[in-house]
Ligand binder design. Structure first.
Ligand SMILES: *[C@@H]1O[C@H](CO)[C@@H](O)[C@H](O)[C@H]1NC(C)=O
Ligand SMILES: *[C@@H]1O[C@H](CO)[C@@H](O)[C@H](O)[C@H]1NC(C)=O
Ligand SMILES: *[C@@H]1O[C@H](CO)[C@@H](O)[C@H](O)[C@H]1NC(C)=O
Ligand SMILES: *[C@@H]1O[C@H](CO)[C@@H](O)[C@H](O)[C@H]1NC(C)=O
Ligand SMILES: *[C@@H]1O[C@H](CO)[C@@H](O)[C@H](O)[C@H]1NC(C)=O
Length: 277
């Protein structure tokens, strides 16, 4: 979800939100704020924060919700430090780039290409990837920890069977793909808008399958496993395979089904919108 600079009340709200975020951030803030100051249409009072162009939403469930599979501390650091840093970095870039500041994530990420500055590619991708990641986790239930798709919403269960044969074949592919990512990256279940089929595919670093201009499929991600070590190292250390097993225990399949419907409708924005808490 992005916020756009609008009327003065909205600017004031975003200024407060930004101040709260920056207050908790580390020592790079001085440099970031200096970089943003020239973009203010009115000179800010000394020490005043500038508005955010891209606003991080609240996590829609408690950090402890995915225990014991994905632990509270990992969720907390992942959401309030790693994802927050992608927002800070993208907002810093937007402060000196008015065309970036005008864009929304659902248009920005599909338009990334080889000429896009790395800071925009990495941080815009990092934001959209993590919005999908966190939105598709939930408390473990009999449904989420089912080893087959008999308890999944019918539309996504049928689509998985049609594209992979059965849930076991899908989960093996997703696991093998996630295990096969060398270094940092992601494994995604995606929807191909041309063939209407589902696919499993990896991306490197914070790239998204949406970014065909970066050499990816251009498919719409429905759900993804973050295999950056920051997603699992505190609990699972080097044991990525155990983390992937645990991730399968907390996938929010009703949300994946909703994402599938949004993808078929070409509505990326509702997949990454969070209900305001
Ligand atoms: C500004 O952002 C746009 C949109 O991402 C990008 O295409 C462009 O290269 C950026 N310009 C600079 C100077 O960074
Ligand atoms: C799966 O979920 C059910 C219902 O919440 C729970 O009783 C069961 O212990 C879970 N199984 C595992 C392996 O976590
Ligand atoms: C799938 O899971 C359901 C519910 O746990 C179980 O009843 C069914 O036998 C399982 N089917 C297969 C093919 O494993
Ligand atoms: C699932 O599909 C795979 C690959 O087609 C096949 O080898 C396996 O027997 C299937 N499993 C079930 C339970 O149908
Ligand atoms: C996973 O499935 C995709 C098609 O969706 C296929 O291209 C890929 O080779 C498979 N990967 C693995 C590791 O099974």
């Amino acid at each position: 979800m992005t916020g756009k600079i609008g009327n003065s009340a909205a600017v004031a709200m975003r200024t407060l939100a930004f101040a709260a975020l920056v207050a908790s951030a580390a020592s790079s803030k001085g440099r970031a704020l200096q970089a943003m100051a020239p973009m203010m249409s009115m000179a800010p009072a000394p020490g005043m924060m500038v508005p955010m162009t891209f606003m991080q939403p609240a996590l829609p469930y408690p950090y402890s919700a995915t225990e014991p599979f994905i632990d509270t501390r990992t969720n907390t650091i992942h959401f309030t430090k790693h994802l927050a840093a992608y927002y800070t970095n993208l907002n810093t870039a937007a402060s000196t780039n008015s065309s970036l500041a005008m864009m929304k994530l659902d248009a920005l990420v599909p338009a990334l290409n080889m000429g896009t500055p790395k800071v925009i590619r990495n941080n815009a991708g990092g934001i959209i990837n993590h919005l999908i990641f966190f939105k598709t986790l939930m408390m473990p239930t009999a449904m989420t920890n089912s080893t087959n798709n008999t308890m999944l919403p019918e539309d996504i269960a049928k689509a998985i069977d049609a594209s992979f044969g059965n849930f076991t074949a899908f989960s093996k592919n997703m696991t093998d793909t996630a295990m096969g990512v060398f270094g940092s990256g992601w494994a995604w279940l995606t929807y191909n808008p041309k063939t209407k089929a589902l696919a499993v595919e990896p991306t490197a670093n914070q790239d998204s399958p949406l970014s065909s201009g970066l050499g990816y499929s251009g498919n719409t991600p429905l759900v993804g496993i973050d295999v950056w070590e920051h997603a699992y190292y505190l609990k699972h250390q080097n044991l990525r395979a155990n983390y992937i097993k645990d991730w399968f225990m907390v996938v929010n399949w009703p949300q994946v089904s909703a994402n599938y419907k949004s993808a078929m409708a070409g509505d990326l924005n509702s997949m990454i919108a969070y209900a305001s808490a």
